[in-house]
Design a protein around this ligand. Structure first.
Ligand SMILES: [Zn+2]
Length: 231
């Protein structure tokens, strides 16, 4: 029987290897992908909305995008799609790209492997049940584990990162700062949310969307969802 210290050291080493494989390596891979994405989106504005659909904001947002004649990418939560399938379908019918954002937004790093994989699978099933096909996946909380990446690869789901956070879900609402960053970068994939957004955050999503569209027009950038990167 090995001494207890040897067992503890072995367990700690195994936990370390597990963390490196599940979290550290995917995180380094993500950083590399975002660096490449920053290059790919020069001269483009890609609008992305997570956590919806929500009838308190999504219809209004669709109206604004239609008015401006642009498309966007919507990464939906399965539980919201299951609760409002008609609304989810209206996004696709308006010509926007629809992708999955899991079912219940479990934090991948804080969930057991079976919980996060079930959350992924249920999110995709909810879209299918509503008659929608997921064009890509945005990891909840922007976090990824190796097992999730493997599952997404098998499901042929591209992982859709972003290069600029609009700041609509946390911190001060500062559209000017967001615009300065996007202008300096020469284009961006912007993260926004059309899920539950009370009060001023609701107005901010519409305000920052309109301001980004004005900036793109002024700069002569292409505007759309992730389909812009396919050409
Ligand atoms: Zn989210």
């Amino acid at each position: 029987m090995p001494p207890p210290e040897a067992i503890l050291v072995t367990l700690a080493a195994l936990a370390g290897v597990y963390l490196v494989i599940q979290i550290v390596l995917p995180h380094l891979w993500k950083r590399g992908r975002i660096r490449r994405l920053r290059e790919a989106v020069r001269g483009k504005l890609i609008l992305t909305y997570d956590d919806g659909p929500w009838d308190g904001l999504t219809p209004e947002l669709l109206g604004l995008l239609q008015e401006r004649g642009v498309r966007a990418s919507f990464f939906m939560l399965g539980e919201k799609v299951a609760a409002a399938p008609e609304l989810a379908r209206s996004v696709a019918q308006a010509g926007h790209e629809v992708g999955s954002h899991s079912y219940s937004h479990h934090h991948p790093w804080k969930s057991a492997p079976w919980t996060r994989l079930q959350d992924l699978a249920r999110g995709h099933c909810a879209l299918s049940a509503a008659g929608l096909e997921s064009a890509g996946h945005r990891p909840p909380h922007g976090k990824l584990c190796a097992d999730s990446a493997f599952w997404l690869g098998r499901a042929r789901q591209q992982i859709r990162w972003w290069t600029q956070d609009s700041g609509d879900s946390r911190g001060p609402l500062d559209a000017a700062a967001c615009l300065r960053s996007v202008r300096a970068a020469g284009g961006a994939v912007v993260l926004m949310h059309d899920g539950y957004a009370p009060g001023e955050r609701h107005a901010y999503v519409l305000e920052v969307t309109a301001a980004l569209l004005d900036l793109a027009q002024e700069q002569g950038w292409q505007v759309g969802g992730f389909e812009l990167l396919k050409s």
